[in-house]
Design a binder for this molecule. Sequence first.
Ligand code: ZN
Length: 766
Amino acid sequence: MMYWADKFALTIIKSGKHKPYWCDDMKTPSGRIHVGSLRGVITHDLIYKALLDQQVKATFSFVIEDHDPMDGLPIYLDEKKYQKYMGQPLNTVPSPEPGFKSYADYFAQDFIEVFNACGCRPKIIYTSQLYQSGKMNQGIKKCLDKADEIRQIYKKVSGSAKPDDWYPFQVICQKCGKVGTTKVIDWDGEKVTYQCLADLVSWAQGCGHQAKVSPFNGTGKLPWKVEWAVKWQAIGITIEGAGKDHMSEGGSHDISAEICENIINYPVPFALSHEFFLIGGKKMSSSKGLGSSARDMYNLLPPQILRFLIIRPRYNQAINFDPGSNTIPDLFDDYDQYAKFFYQKDSQSDFGRIWQLSQIRPIPKNELFLPRFRDVANYLQLPSIDVYQKFEEVKGGKLTQDEKKILAQRIKYAKIWLKNYAPKDFVYQLTDKIPLEAADLSLEQKNYLKQVIKLLLTKSNQDWQPEELQMELYNLSKKIKIPVKAAFQAIYLSLIGKTHGPKAAWFLLDQDIDFIVDRFNQVQTKLEKTEKYLYQIVKKPDIFTIDNAFKAKYPSVIVGLAIIKGVKVKIKDERLQQEIEKFIQAQADLTTSQIGDYPQIKSYRKLYKETGVDWHSKRPSPESLLRRLAQGKGLYTINTCVDAYNLIVMKNRVSAGAFDLDKIKFPCILRMAKTGDKITLLGDKKPTFYHPGEVAYFDQVGGYNIHFNYLDAERTKVTEKTKSLFINLEGIYDITREQVEKSLKEVVEIILKYCGGKVELVGIVK
Ligand SMILES: [Zn+2]
């Protein structure tokens, strides 16, 4: 695939019709110039450069139409001040700011500066000078001579009917200086007679003057569709397109082309119609600083990135740019990718060529290290990080002078992005609610925050100096003997939900003090609540552990443990049967799809899926029990221990298992199965091999259940002979510690109720 501009260059050269190659674009500087016009300049610049790359001579010009009348006022200018200039040529209206020749000059210079920075350096031509130089004279004469034919062209091409006394020329009134208000009423071959009319246009008022004057050398102007054609000839333009609004059928370009060919007798330049550049999204508000002018975009993106944004799509694809969210970091990423493509793959492929054409400086021979934009933005928020040093680490060597310049530029634009457009979760800012991450704060961290509140309240925000507060925060951690890192983490976790953040004192003083105090207080009460767990964490590796590899892969896993000794297990108990029957009756309307909607069941199924267990054929134990009810199959009666805890399993949908303690050889472990691990399941004679990676309980003899909570081993099953119980409950994903604890409590209670015994150990392993 050849890049479109290169294709156009070849087409232009092959046609042989557009020599000498003179590429042009134009704009009326009636106010801040829209970024869509920048697309126009860059589009023409690409064709110009593509021609040069074909080793042909070419010229590129840009026409500032400063001769046009002021026919409207941008909202950012004072209407009272400018009202009197309405109708005057823009180059005779005073500049909004000192230091510029005119209103036209002011806005033109601004735009020229932007496109120059974006690598476009066309020769600048002003229409006022073009008229004054006499280069338009020949065309003006032809047009006035053939006014009738031009009227017919308008009628034929666009359907617009001009009155019979209409001439394609407007004089700049010699009395009031306005051009928008005058009407030529006669042409004698040398001079035009004109009137300056009070009500020719709604936006300006003429003075009533009438006179006769030569139309040559800058005394007036052609209407722009006529002017466009005359300009082509006067300058010698052979290539000029425009935005699609001018290129529609029956539109401006069609009229100009017809006049060019038939009135001026000049070949119509090669034309292309380029698409719009829209700025979308709601984040366009002027308070955020981004309007839609070329200058606004230039303030937001480095010039080569802006250029890249414009030339990446085909010329006839619309650009809809929304600076919000991650658009800008993504754009930088794409740019960096294209650079890699240029250097490492194919410099003349579309990607490589687009990157090459995006460059505004000579292209370095060797690929440069490009610091990733979003990383730059991230590091900028961390005052402890030296961004330059950090990227030397990333690069794995010193940054060259050129690379430092690139980094400096990205720092500049990252700051702009962070301030205006970065998504909330990217910027270190206060969370609306207490961050979940703050739930794990330790007692000493909590205490530190309590002391920070006291410290903060010793002065008002305004009286604190950030350096002083930073030092006090540090001293406070020393005083209450908490590691400095843990202390500062407590601040960040409570406010922004991250373990690190911007320099603490500066950040705190930037916020509303009441909010900070409130948040630190809330974090403490929330912590107190979470400390009210039913059971302690059991740390007895000689009895039970969760394998580290499993924990690392599934950090949400939580196990409830109990040891009950001296139990008496019976075949049946009437009261228990009644209790179970009551539950079954309450579940009369239960459906299998309801079961699948329970978050606990979903959590188990998710683990099955993750560990390669088909949950359609092997149901997690709470699910398989409840399914029997839903399908009206009733429950098996095993014994008073198993039946009792199964009732709790069904009620809470948290799986549980009781094992004969005397058959268990400690220590036990919950881990992922390895090749060769096997288990003889309940009722089986022959062992079943585990699939490596699935999760199960193991003691020193072997596995004692399978698929996390699907089925238990024959070896460790509870019978009427069982005297002591080892009980395991297991939660994962959305099953909380509270849920596991509630179930553990109820399992222990119901076993004590129907089997008796004494609880020797109960607790949680995480
Ligand atoms: Zn006048």
